[in-house]
Design a binder for this molecule. Sequence first.
Ligand SMILES: O=C(O)CCC(=O)C(=O)O
Ligand SMILES: [Fe+2]
Length: 363
Amino acid sequence: MSSSNASNFEQIPVVDFSLLDGSLEQRNELILQLREVCHEVGFFYVTNHGLSRELCDRTLEVAGDFFALPMEAKRALDYRQSPSFRGYMSLGCENTGGRTDQREQIEFGVEAPPLPPPPDLPLPPYTRLCGPNQWPATEHCADFRPTLEEFMAGMEQLSRGLMRALALSLDLSEDYFDATFGDSPNVQMKIAKYPPLQALENGGVDEDGVPLLGVGAHSDSGYLSLLLQDGKGGLQAQNGAGQWIDVPPLPGAFVVNLGEMLQLATDGYYLATVHRVQNLPGNAPRISVPYFFNPRLDAFLDPVSLPQSLTWARPAPARESRTHDGENKFFQEYGANAFKSLARSHPEVMRRHHGDLFNIEDK
Ligand SMILES: O=C(O)CCC(=O)C(=O)O
Ligand SMILES: [Fe+2]
């Protein structure tokens, strides 16, 4: 999916979330702004979001401390040990569009008890996405886990609030999406470190002289993505003319963007905008904390009934082309999509932990 439906935006709009609790007029203003921004840009900053600046600073600080650990302490948390695809990925473990991403990261999810060992791993396959996180030993980073858990709890609350505001922005009831997430949304969070340009191999270009990227151009796959970034910059979103627009750090704000499943669920009314990260010149790496708020694994995704009152800034897709039948693969259980995309990205985890699934047809 691409952002070619986005407007030719030149900057990223700012949404003051506290207006939701303001006067009726302010609330309506916020809801209409969200509608316009999600329809035309698919990216925005959210301010006055309820998480303290102190917690955000502390989160970035413990993230930096983690990456500064000796490589052996980080490798002890290698994601290939985890049937749930969680843990540390060193630089070079990930690629986008066949090119290696120039970042290292550690991925987390909702904390859950360990899975039974093979051959007793549960079915359907997506139930295997539940499991424990891999945390660094406390002697290495005592504040790491409590800080990230506090941050994740705050982000979950904010995400639920944003989804309610997005429901209102589509003229739906405020609780429209609540059941999609239930008590167990599929949350993924990572902390990522992007080395500065100077630290990259071969002067930061590939063998054809094309600049390497922290993360290549992509759109996020789920519903809602929130991002805490430090002050360095490098994130860019692509507008409808194909131009890369900077999404510079805005102190105190999170960047919010929408994913492909929400785009599909809204018949393309809301956009999953393509974005990428450049490694910028500088002395220090960039740290970011992407947080993905996605449906519960057993949710069946139904298309939203869009109200007639919505106006389209671009031609609405023909009604027949809309995917209201069960044929579109997106509209099976959400968990099946989530497992499939991780399985494709991490064949080594599949080989080590989920060999039994190779006999199961495209589930
Ligand atoms: O680190 C960032 O700024 C964005 C990362 C991103 O787009 C992703 O992980 O999906
Ligand atoms: Fe992304």
